[in-house]
Design a binder for this molecule. Structure first.
Ligand code: GLA
Length: 389
């Protein structure tokens, strides 16, 4: 999207000139799904699709928000002094939530208002983290505009607090972390237990990451997500009756086998097994990437899907079809659902020279089966959020 057009769009809505333009990416995750609230590892990257924000300060205490993605909502206006969650503000609650949480945890003051124009090119509800992208965009803008001198990690936590405490989704830290800390062409190997992280070049040789958007909106995704998290916490509690661990991410597969009888419930057992085995797969995948064993990396990615489908039960027929059709094509190393699940996107690691054929075959199979189409994008791994003008 070009900056001049964005600035013109800002001016046509707010009738004044803008001062700054920012960009905040979305994210994909190579592997490590539903591990981030279980003290496990994740391996995400920021992508070149994301959210643009055009902003200009105001002299009064009002904030004006407009999103080209939700034009029917019009300009959302609110007073700086009342930031409590209120459903009437719709998508604007992600901006309000960031302001609220930054004030609460960092004692910062916003002494004047601003106008903010948003234009995102992440497909909405596709599991590429459009909400975390907006949160980190907001945090980055506030940090600069009010000279808050906060570290990126403070914005990451404020984003998670916005989700958990303000919006009510008990998500982990992965999305905000990837979006704030992303680096061009690098995947971030993050241990959510210690918050230590390392960058690894996402060097896939002659392969690309094909993002496959099912265009199937998440249904009841928030309540099912929170339910999965609660199930893992219950399984952990039962293991803790005999073993002093703080999270499922501390267990190796072998240790898990020795204590899994304590869980004593078939559903909870499956949830915990996914958390423990997926964490191990993520560590193995990082090593496979480092050792340039792309075949192994692909197998781990596909195994992640199977575990999310059968043990964690967060997949849907549409995503299973995208992944399994991909598995059957020459030139595909692996494929899986990404993000929270119940709709959204899958990724496939595909030979560059075969990617158009593979895409066309999957696209046809999908539309024939479901009667509507899937969308496809080749992922470009990009920098985290920041100012672009
Ligand atoms: C969503 C959450 C993340 C993470 C993933 C699943 O994207 O926001 O914190 O839990 O689901 O891995």
């Amino acid at each position: 999207m070009d900056i001049e057009t964005l600035e013109k769009e800002f001016t046509s809505i707010f009738k004044i000139n803008s001062s700054e333009v920012y960009f905040s990416p979305g994210r994909i995750n190579v592997i490590g799904e539903h591990t981030d609230y279980n003290g496990g590892h994740v391996f995400p990257c920021a992508i070149s699709l994301g959210t643009y924000g055009v902003v200009s300060p105001r002299d009064d205490k009002m904030v004006g928000l407009y999103s080209a993605n939700f034009p029917d909502a019009g300009v959302i206006s609110f007073d700086l002094n009342s930031l409590e969650y209120d459903s009437q503000y719709g998508w604007g609650n992600y901006v309000r939530g960031m302001m609220y949480e930054l004030k609460k945890h960092h004692d910062v003051e916003f002494d004047h208002g601003f106008n903010l124009y948003i234009h995102g090119n992440l497909p909405d509800g596709a599991g590429l983290s459009s909400s975390a992208s907006l949160e980190i965009l907001t945090g980055t803008i506030l940090n600069d505009m009010f000279n808050l001198q906060l570290e990126k990690i403070d914005l990451v936590y404020a984003g998670q607090q916005t989700e958990n405490d303000y919006i009510g989704l008990n998500s982990g830290i992965m999305d905000q972390f990837a979006i704030a800390m992303g680096k061009k062409d690098q995947a971030i190997f993050l241990d959510t237990n210690t918050m230590e992280y390392e960058y690894y070049p996402l060097d896939l040789g002659n392969n690309v990451v094909l993002i496959m958007n099912s265009n199937k909106a998440h249904e009841l995704a928030n309540s099912k997500y929170n339910e999965r998290r609660a199930q893992c916490e219950e399984a952990l509690k039962r293991i803790q009756s005999k073993l002093a661990i703080k999270s499922l991410g501390e267990l190796t597969k072998e240790q898990f086998d020795l204590v899994s009888y304590l869980i004593n419930d078939d559903v909870l057992l499956k949830r915990a097994r996914h958390a423990v085995f997926e964490n191990q797969r993520t560590v193995d995948a990082k090593n496979a990437l480092k050792d340039r064993d792309l075949v192994k990396l692909g197998h781990l990615i596909s195994a992640s899907h199977i575990s999310l489908e059968y043990d964690y039960e967060v997949s849907v027929d549409e995503l299973d079809t995208l992944a399994s059709t991909a598995w059957n094509q020459d030139g595909v190393l692996g494929a899986r659902i990404i993000g929270g699940g119940f709709g959204g996107c899958a990724i496939a690691i595909v030979d560059k020279d075969r990617v158009n054929d593979v895409r066309d075959i999957i696209a046809k199979k999908y539309v024939d089966k479901f009667g509507y189409k899937a969308d496809f994008y080749i992922a470009k791994i990009s920098e985290g959020a920041g100012k672009i003008s």
